[in-house]
Ligand binder design. Structure first.
Ligand code: BG6
Length: 516
């Protein structure tokens, strides 16, 4: 009897065994990935390196296979060389010849356009051959890294050629890149088409922000601790600012970006997801269903202010200086019409009509060619209701704030007042910092690594469901319609923090944007 007790209590303290146990359930079973649009930027810079990094971390099965599908007239070797170069240039983890050669053996290329029936038959034959040669077990995910206008054709072709359904217990999944529609109506239409082919639980919509460690940490911060949640409500919070600022312009993405603009590009998805995670109630569990329930509930309570002219701002960058070099304005970018009214900056105020948040504004802003690259969520607390200190001695004291630094410099900062050393009671802001780099030795996986692995595991926690996507369009659509009716975006100089009107928008509420 005593021995049993000893061996039971001894087992969990073996650190090596524990570490292995934790990793094991996260290794994908027999499977493969088909990437449509494999010649695109996303595929080269994110997807191919992520596949390699997963293999390098031992998280892919030995027979894992990667099929590229695109118009180019490539042989398997050409495709393998492209993946090789992409991995060498962009992978996060070191290049190891033995990992690469095992992965490379499972690479195939299928050449064709999306409405080419023969190409889809070739794809089918390639999959069947890989099942035999590499034991992929008929389990394949189809990654649609293609412009949205091709989504319907590709999913219909998958159905037509009997590729969308696995045999027996094998699975077929669809992975869909954003933008998922450009308004509510188009998103609903796309959902109808996709769900006509793949069952709901086999559709994975990518919002890569949810794959970021710092974004997943929002839930850990809020629900694994006791000290934040009691303050996380209208009694203590003055307002919340969610910022996603980029220093880059649109680069070579004119074709995608023009006519879409910053709000559709990132507010509809990334920023509303950040808002949902920041504002939602505690989910019953961290399973996909419970998370969606809570995210959807809070998104359903989001309300736009009535006066959209006063509480939304859109901007467009003009030429300026950035990082010591001259950069063109949006209208001078290659492929952009000089008359374009596309927004490269957007800011809006949202209210949340529920007991926790009534009266607490959530300000969202994003922009290209801003002062620097930073994404953060700042929960700004109310001032103390009464200050016993001399007003002149608290001049440099701001509101307390908790800032979740999503990127770069990932971590959390708490800002609060502290006495300045000396003979009088002068109080000034200080900060307390948590930085990932200092607290953990492991580096964070790239978002796409996490998300691709989750697709192969069939784990849907970090993927927005179609109801969230549609609700997010429902929130944004009136803003887009308002902008379409009212003039041009406000100009702002590249390298600054956006148009004056955005500062005025907050100033009218007696507040100001943070300068991260
Ligand atoms: C994408 C947008 O979703 O996110 C891009 O389409 C943007 O316009 C990118 O540049 C930013 O991603 P990250 O991970 O660098 O913040």
């Amino acid at each position: 009897m005593r021995r049993t007790v000893e061996s039971e209590s001894a087992a969990p303290t073996n650190p090596l065994r524990d570490a292995q146990d934790r990793r094991l359930p996260r290794i994908a079973g027999p499977s493969g990935l088909v990437i449509f649009g494999v010649t695109g930027d996303l595929s080269r810079k994110k997807l191919m390196p992520a596949v390699y990094d997963l293999a390098n971390r031992g998280l892919l099965p030995p027979g894992f296979s990667l099929i590229g599908f695109a118009r180019r007239d490539w042989a398997d070797e050409d495709f393998t060389q492209v993946v090789h170069d992409a991995v060498k240039q962009y992978a996060r983890t070191p290049f190891r010849e033995e990992v690469w050669s095992q992965l490379a053996q499972g690479m195939r290329f299928v050449s064709g356009v999306f409405d080419d029936d023969q190409a889809f038959e070739n794809l089918k034959a390639t999959i069947e051959q890989l099942d035999k040669e590499r034991g992929t077990g008929g389990n394949f995910a189809f990654y649609l890294s293609v412009p949205p206008k091709f989504f319907p054709t590709v999913v219909r072709q998958l159905k037509k050629h009997s590729l969308s359904q696995g045999q027996g217990s094998s699975w077929r999944r669809a992975v869909i890149e954003k933008p998922f529609g450009h308004d509510l109506e188009s998103a609903q239409e796309l959902n109808r088409i996709v769900h006509g082919v793949f069952p709901n639980q086999e559709v994975f919509r990518i919002d890569h922000y949810l794959g970021k460690e710092t974004v997943q940490n929002i839930l850990a911060l809020r629900f694994a601790n006791t000290m934040f949640e009691p303050l996380w409500n209208r009694s203590y919070v003055d307002h919340v600012q969610i910022t996603m600022a980029e220093d880059i312009g649109i680069g070579g993405r004119a074709g995608y970006y023009d006519g879409i603009g910053s709000a559709r590009d990132v507010i509809q998805n990334h920023l509303l997801q950040l808002l949902a995670l920041t504002a939602m109630e505690e989910p019953a569990s961290f399973g996909a269903k419970a998370l969606v329930t809570e995210k959807l509930k809070v998104l359903n309570s989001v309300r736009l202010p009535k006066e959209l002219g006063l509480h939304t701002v859109r901007g467009q960058y003009t030429g300026g200086w950035q990082g010591g070099r001259r950069v063109p304005g949006y209208l001078e970018e290659e492929g952009i019409s000089p008359h374009s009214v596309t927004d490269t900056y957007a800011a809006l105020k949202l209210e949340i009509d529920n007991r926790r948040w009534a009266g607490v504004p959530f300000y969202l802003r994003t922009g290209k060619r801003l002062g620097r690259r930073v994404t953060e969520i700042a929960v700004v607390f109310q001032r103390a209701p009464y200050s016993p200190f001399d007003a002149t001695h608290t001049e440099e004291l701001n509101n307390n704030a908790l800032v979740i630094r999503v990127q770069p410099d990932e971590g959390v900062t708490i800002r609060f007042g502290s006495k300045v050393p000396g003979t009088q009671m002068e109080i000034r802001d200080v900060t307390m910092d948590f930085a990932y780099g200092e607290s953990f030795t492991e580096s964070s996986p790239e978002a796409y690594e996490r998300l691709l692995l989750d697709v192969l595991l069939g784990d849907a926690n970090l993927f927005p469901r179609h109801q969230e996507v549609e609700r997010s369009w429902e929130i944004l659509d009136p803003v887009e319609r308002h902008w379409a009716r009212h003039g041009r975006p406000e100009p702002y100089t590249a390298g600054t923090w956006g148009p004056r009107a955005a500062d005025d928008m907050l100033a009218r509420d007696g507040r100001s944007w943070r300068r991260p």
